[in-house]
Write a protein that binds this ligand. Structure first.
Ligand SMILES: [Zn+2]
Length: 316
Protein backbone atom coordinates (compact mmCIF):
# COMPACT_ATOMS: atom_id res chain seq x y z
CA UNK A 1 0.00 0.00 0.00
CA UNK A 2 2.87 2.29 0.93
CA UNK A 3 4.52 1.45 -2.37
CA UNK A 4 1.36 2.28 -4.33
CA UNK A 5 1.12 5.60 -2.51
CA UNK A 6 4.75 6.36 -3.30
CA UNK A 7 4.21 5.48 -6.98
CA UNK A 8 1.13 7.67 -7.08
CA UNK A 9 3.05 10.55 -5.52
CA UNK A 10 5.88 10.06 -8.01
CA UNK A 11 3.44 9.95 -10.92
CA UNK A 12 1.68 13.03 -9.65
CA UNK A 13 4.98 14.89 -9.21
CA UNK A 14 6.12 13.90 -12.69
CA UNK A 15 2.78 14.94 -14.20
CA UNK A 16 2.97 18.26 -12.38
CA UNK A 17 6.54 18.82 -13.55
CA UNK A 18 5.50 18.12 -17.15
CA UNK A 19 2.58 20.52 -16.80
CA UNK A 20 4.88 23.21 -15.44
CA UNK A 21 7.37 22.57 -18.26
CA UNK A 22 4.56 22.83 -20.81
CA UNK A 23 3.45 26.13 -19.27
CA UNK A 24 7.04 27.41 -19.45
CA UNK A 25 7.20 26.50 -23.11
CA UNK A 26 4.48 29.01 -24.00
CA UNK A 27 5.61 31.40 -26.76
CA UNK A 28 2.70 33.70 -25.94
CA UNK A 29 1.89 34.06 -29.64
CA UNK A 30 -0.44 36.99 -30.27
CA UNK A 31 -1.38 37.48 -33.93
CA UNK A 32 -1.68 41.14 -34.89
CA UNK A 33 -3.95 42.08 -37.78
CA UNK A 34 -2.03 44.34 -40.20
CA UNK A 35 -4.43 44.34 -43.18
CA UNK A 36 -7.76 42.74 -44.14
CA UNK A 37 -7.53 38.94 -43.65
CA UNK A 38 -3.84 39.29 -42.68
CA UNK A 39 -2.13 38.59 -39.35
CA UNK A 40 1.52 38.75 -38.31
CA UNK A 41 3.27 37.23 -35.29
CA UNK A 42 6.31 39.37 -34.62
CA UNK A 43 9.31 37.69 -32.98
CA UNK A 44 11.87 39.32 -30.73
CA UNK A 45 14.84 41.16 -32.22
CA UNK A 46 17.32 38.94 -30.39
CA UNK A 47 19.72 36.03 -30.87
CA UNK A 48 18.42 32.50 -30.29
CA UNK A 49 18.35 31.73 -26.56
CA UNK A 50 16.88 29.33 -24.00
CA UNK A 51 14.77 32.28 -22.89
CA UNK A 52 13.10 33.14 -26.21
CA UNK A 53 12.93 29.53 -27.46
CA UNK A 54 13.91 30.67 -30.95
CA UNK A 55 10.96 33.05 -31.30
CA UNK A 56 13.04 35.72 -33.02
CA UNK A 57 11.23 35.34 -36.33
CA UNK A 58 8.12 36.77 -37.95
CA UNK A 59 5.45 34.37 -39.13
CA UNK A 60 2.17 35.35 -40.77
CA UNK A 61 -1.09 34.02 -42.12
CA UNK A 62 -3.75 35.12 -44.57
CA UNK A 63 -7.34 33.94 -44.24
CA UNK A 64 -8.70 33.47 -47.77
CA UNK A 65 -12.17 32.19 -48.71
CA UNK A 66 -10.52 28.85 -49.62
CA UNK A 67 -8.61 28.47 -46.34
CA UNK A 68 -5.53 29.79 -44.60
CA UNK A 69 -2.12 30.48 -46.13
CA UNK A 70 0.67 30.36 -43.52
CA UNK A 71 3.97 32.08 -44.22
CA UNK A 72 6.75 30.34 -42.25
CA UNK A 73 6.10 27.87 -39.47
CA UNK A 74 8.53 29.08 -36.79
CA UNK A 75 11.53 27.62 -34.93
CA UNK A 76 10.14 24.45 -33.28
CA UNK A 77 7.36 21.91 -33.20
CA UNK A 78 5.91 23.67 -30.13
CA UNK A 79 5.88 26.99 -31.99
CA UNK A 80 4.12 25.37 -34.97
CA UNK A 81 1.49 23.85 -32.67
CA UNK A 82 0.94 27.14 -30.87
CA UNK A 83 0.73 28.93 -34.23
CA UNK A 84 -2.00 26.52 -35.31
CA UNK A 85 -3.92 27.25 -32.12
CA UNK A 86 -3.44 31.01 -32.60
CA UNK A 87 -4.84 30.69 -36.14
CA UNK A 88 -7.80 28.68 -34.85
CA UNK A 89 -8.62 31.52 -32.45
CA UNK A 90 -8.95 33.87 -35.47
CA UNK A 91 -10.74 31.62 -37.97
CA UNK A 92 -12.36 28.20 -38.23
CA UNK A 93 -11.08 27.84 -41.83
CA UNK A 94 -8.49 25.08 -42.31
CA UNK A 95 -4.84 25.72 -43.10
CA UNK A 96 -4.52 24.85 -46.79
CA UNK A 97 -0.93 25.88 -47.44
CA UNK A 98 2.20 26.53 -45.37
CA UNK A 99 5.08 28.10 -47.29
CA UNK A 100 8.64 28.12 -45.97
CA UNK A 101 10.33 31.28 -47.27
CA UNK A 102 13.79 29.65 -46.96
CA UNK A 103 15.58 26.82 -45.16
CA UNK A 104 16.78 28.65 -42.03
CA UNK A 105 15.69 26.79 -38.89
CA UNK A 106 13.55 29.54 -37.35
CA UNK A 107 11.43 29.61 -40.52
CA UNK A 108 10.62 25.93 -41.09
CA UNK A 109 11.04 23.82 -37.92
CA UNK A 110 7.36 24.33 -37.06
CA UNK A 111 6.41 22.35 -40.22
CA UNK A 112 5.82 19.22 -38.17
CA UNK A 113 2.70 20.76 -36.62
CA UNK A 114 0.92 21.07 -39.99
CA UNK A 115 -0.51 18.42 -42.34
CA UNK A 116 2.28 17.25 -44.62
CA UNK A 117 0.26 17.92 -47.78
CA UNK A 118 -0.02 21.63 -46.90
CA UNK A 119 3.77 22.21 -46.84
CA UNK A 120 5.30 23.97 -49.85
CA UNK A 121 8.54 25.76 -50.73
CA UNK A 122 10.90 26.60 -53.57
CA UNK A 123 12.96 23.59 -54.80
CA UNK A 124 16.18 25.11 -53.40
CA UNK A 125 14.58 25.43 -49.97
CA UNK A 126 13.36 21.82 -50.03
CA UNK A 127 16.88 20.74 -51.01
CA UNK A 128 18.37 22.84 -48.19
CA UNK A 129 16.03 21.23 -45.62
CA UNK A 130 16.92 17.75 -46.88
CA UNK A 131 20.67 18.36 -46.79
CA UNK A 132 21.08 20.68 -43.78
CA UNK A 133 17.84 20.30 -41.81
CA UNK A 134 19.28 17.73 -39.39
CA UNK A 135 22.29 19.86 -38.45
CA UNK A 136 20.21 23.03 -38.23
CA UNK A 137 17.75 21.24 -35.94
CA UNK A 138 20.53 19.94 -33.66
CA UNK A 139 22.02 23.40 -33.47
CA UNK A 140 18.65 24.79 -32.36
CA UNK A 141 18.49 22.22 -29.54
CA UNK A 142 21.91 23.45 -28.45
CA UNK A 143 20.89 27.13 -28.59
CA UNK A 144 17.33 27.02 -27.23
CA UNK A 145 17.11 23.74 -25.23
CA UNK A 146 13.78 22.29 -24.04
CA UNK A 147 11.69 24.43 -26.38
CA UNK A 148 12.78 22.08 -29.17
CA UNK A 149 11.39 18.92 -27.52
CA UNK A 150 10.13 16.52 -30.20
CA UNK A 151 11.15 18.78 -33.08
CA UNK A 152 12.35 17.13 -36.27
CA UNK A 153 12.97 18.70 -39.68
CA UNK A 154 10.18 18.05 -42.17
CA UNK A 155 10.77 19.04 -45.79
CA UNK A 156 7.79 20.08 -47.93
CA UNK A 157 6.96 17.78 -50.84
CA UNK A 158 5.22 20.44 -52.89
CA UNK A 159 7.51 22.60 -55.03
CA UNK A 160 6.60 26.22 -55.68
CA UNK A 161 7.53 28.21 -58.77
CA UNK A 162 7.54 31.94 -59.43
CA UNK A 163 4.22 33.32 -60.64
CA UNK A 164 0.63 33.88 -59.56
CA UNK A 165 -1.05 31.73 -56.91
CA UNK A 166 -4.81 31.98 -56.53
CA UNK A 167 -6.19 30.90 -53.16
CA UNK A 168 -9.93 31.59 -52.91
CA UNK A 169 -10.47 35.34 -53.06
CA UNK A 170 -6.74 36.20 -52.78
CA UNK A 171 -4.36 36.41 -55.70
CA UNK A 172 -0.75 36.09 -54.59
CA UNK A 173 2.40 36.67 -56.59
CA UNK A 174 5.24 34.30 -55.70
CA UNK A 175 8.75 35.66 -56.26
CA UNK A 176 11.58 33.14 -56.50
CA UNK A 177 14.64 35.10 -55.40
CA UNK A 178 17.97 34.30 -53.74
CA UNK A 179 20.96 35.87 -52.06
CA UNK A 180 20.08 35.49 -48.37
CA UNK A 181 20.14 31.75 -49.15
CA UNK A 182 20.09 29.65 -52.34
CA UNK A 183 16.32 30.10 -52.53
CA UNK A 184 14.36 32.96 -50.99
CA UNK A 185 10.63 33.16 -51.50
CA UNK A 186 8.81 36.47 -51.28
CA UNK A 187 5.01 36.63 -51.44
CA UNK A 188 2.99 39.64 -52.57
CA UNK A 189 -0.73 39.59 -51.82
CA UNK A 190 -2.29 41.53 -54.73
CA UNK A 191 -5.57 41.89 -52.77
CA UNK A 192 -4.11 43.73 -49.80
CA UNK A 193 -0.73 44.94 -51.06
CA UNK A 194 1.07 43.12 -48.23
CA UNK A 195 4.57 41.94 -49.18
CA UNK A 196 6.00 39.05 -47.14
CA UNK A 197 9.71 39.45 -47.78
CA UNK A 198 11.16 36.64 -45.65
CA UNK A 199 14.79 37.19 -44.65
CA UNK A 200 15.63 39.20 -47.74
CA UNK A 201 14.55 42.11 -45.52
CA UNK A 202 15.44 42.80 -41.88
CA UNK A 203 14.02 45.79 -40.03
CA UNK A 204 16.00 47.49 -37.25
CA UNK A 205 17.84 44.24 -36.74
CA UNK A 206 21.17 43.33 -38.35
CA UNK A 207 20.88 40.77 -41.20
CA UNK A 208 22.22 37.22 -40.83
CA UNK A 209 24.55 35.85 -43.52
CA UNK A 210 25.39 32.14 -43.05
CA UNK A 211 24.35 31.31 -46.63
CA UNK A 212 24.53 34.80 -48.14
CA UNK A 213 25.73 35.89 -51.57
CA UNK A 214 25.68 39.65 -51.33
CA UNK A 215 25.43 40.47 -55.07
CA UNK A 216 22.38 38.27 -55.55
CA UNK A 217 20.83 39.57 -52.33
CA UNK A 218 21.24 43.13 -53.53
CA UNK A 219 19.59 42.30 -56.87
CA UNK A 220 16.68 40.67 -54.99
CA UNK A 221 16.22 43.80 -52.88
CA UNK A 222 16.02 45.93 -56.04
CA UNK A 223 13.20 43.67 -57.30
CA UNK A 224 11.31 43.89 -54.00
CA UNK A 225 11.64 47.66 -53.89
CA UNK A 226 9.98 47.95 -57.32
CA UNK A 227 6.85 46.06 -56.18
CA UNK A 228 3.60 47.95 -55.47
CA UNK A 229 3.32 46.98 -51.79
CA UNK A 230 1.50 48.92 -49.06
CA UNK A 231 2.76 46.87 -46.08
CA UNK A 232 6.09 45.14 -45.76
CA UNK A 233 6.55 42.14 -43.47
CA UNK A 234 10.28 41.52 -42.97
CA UNK A 235 11.66 38.17 -41.79
CA UNK A 236 12.81 39.86 -38.59
CA UNK A 237 11.81 43.15 -36.99
CA UNK A 238 8.63 45.24 -37.11
CA UNK A 239 6.19 45.48 -40.02
CA UNK A 240 6.63 48.62 -42.13
CA UNK A 241 4.38 50.74 -44.32
CA UNK A 242 7.20 51.77 -46.67
CA UNK A 243 10.45 50.54 -48.21
CA UNK A 244 12.75 51.87 -45.47
CA UNK A 245 13.69 48.37 -44.21
CA UNK A 246 14.72 47.40 -47.77
CA UNK A 247 17.04 50.42 -47.97
CA UNK A 248 18.36 49.72 -44.47
CA UNK A 249 19.13 46.07 -45.33
CA UNK A 250 20.79 47.13 -48.57
CA UNK A 251 22.89 49.77 -46.77
CA UNK A 252 24.14 47.20 -44.22
CA UNK A 253 25.03 44.69 -46.94
CA UNK A 254 26.82 47.34 -49.05
CA UNK A 255 28.82 48.50 -46.02
CA UNK A 256 29.67 44.91 -45.08
CA UNK A 257 30.80 44.14 -48.64
CA UNK A 258 32.93 47.29 -48.89
CA UNK A 259 34.47 46.82 -45.42
CA UNK A 260 35.45 43.21 -46.13
CA UNK A 261 36.76 44.02 -49.63
CA UNK A 262 38.86 46.93 -48.42
CA UNK A 263 40.16 45.01 -45.40
CA UNK A 264 41.22 42.11 -47.61
CA UNK A 265 43.01 44.46 -50.01
CA UNK A 266 44.83 46.05 -47.10
CA UNK A 267 45.82 42.58 -45.90
CA UNK A 268 44.06 42.77 -42.51
CA UNK A 269 43.72 39.46 -40.70
CA UNK A 270 40.39 38.33 -39.29
CA UNK A 271 41.12 39.55 -35.76
CA UNK A 272 41.79 43.05 -37.09
CA UNK A 273 38.59 43.03 -39.16
CA UNK A 274 36.61 41.90 -36.11
CA UNK A 275 38.01 44.85 -34.17
CA UNK A 276 36.82 47.46 -36.70
CA UNK A 277 34.18 49.79 -35.24
CA UNK A 278 30.62 49.70 -36.57
CA UNK A 279 29.30 52.99 -37.96
CA UNK A 280 26.97 54.70 -35.46
CA UNK A 281 23.93 54.24 -37.73
CA UNK A 282 24.39 50.46 -37.73
CA UNK A 283 25.20 50.17 -34.02
CA UNK A 284 21.55 51.14 -33.41
CA UNK A 285 20.35 47.94 -35.10
CA UNK A 286 19.53 45.07 -32.74
CA UNK A 287 22.21 42.35 -32.49
CA UNK A 288 24.51 44.34 -34.78
CA UNK A 289 27.79 43.57 -32.98
CA UNK A 290 27.08 39.83 -32.86
CA UNK A 291 25.89 39.65 -36.47
CA UNK A 292 28.91 41.63 -37.69
CA UNK A 293 31.23 39.16 -35.94
CA UNK A 294 29.37 36.16 -37.39
CA UNK A 295 29.37 37.71 -40.88
CA UNK A 296 33.13 38.34 -40.77
CA UNK A 297 33.66 34.68 -39.81
CA UNK A 298 31.30 33.47 -42.55
CA UNK A 299 32.31 35.78 -45.41
CA UNK A 300 35.83 37.14 -44.87
CA UNK A 301 37.82 34.05 -45.96
CA UNK A 302 36.36 34.34 -49.49
CA UNK A 303 37.34 38.03 -49.67
CA UNK A 304 40.87 37.16 -48.54
CA UNK A 305 41.10 34.45 -51.18
CA UNK A 306 39.93 36.82 -53.90
CA UNK A 307 42.44 39.48 -52.84
CA UNK A 308 45.26 36.92 -52.75
CA UNK A 309 44.31 35.52 -56.17
CA UNK A 310 44.34 39.01 -57.66
CA UNK A 311 47.71 39.87 -56.09
CA UNK A 312 49.05 36.60 -57.48
CA UNK A 313 47.94 37.58 -60.96
CA UNK A 314 49.40 41.10 -60.65
CA UNK A 315 52.75 39.70 -59.50
CA UNK A 316 53.04 37.36 -62.46
ZN1 LIG B 1 17.23 33.41 -42.62
Amino acid sequence: MKRVARTLTATFTLGWALLLAAADMDYGLAPEQIAPDTWVLTGRSEDFSTKNGGNIVNTAFVVTSAGVLVIDSGPSRAYGEQLRRAIARVTDKPVVMVVDTHHHPDHFLGNQAFPKETLAALPGTIHGIHTEGGNLNENMYRLTGDWMAGTEPVAPARQLAAGPLQLGDHRFELLALDGHTEADLAVLDRQTGVLFAGDLVFNNRAPTTPHARLDAWNAALAKLEALPFTRLVPGHGPVSTDGAPIRQTRAWLAWLDETLRQSAEEGLDMTEVLALPLPAGFRRLAVSEAEYRRSVGQLYPAYEQRALARDGKTAR
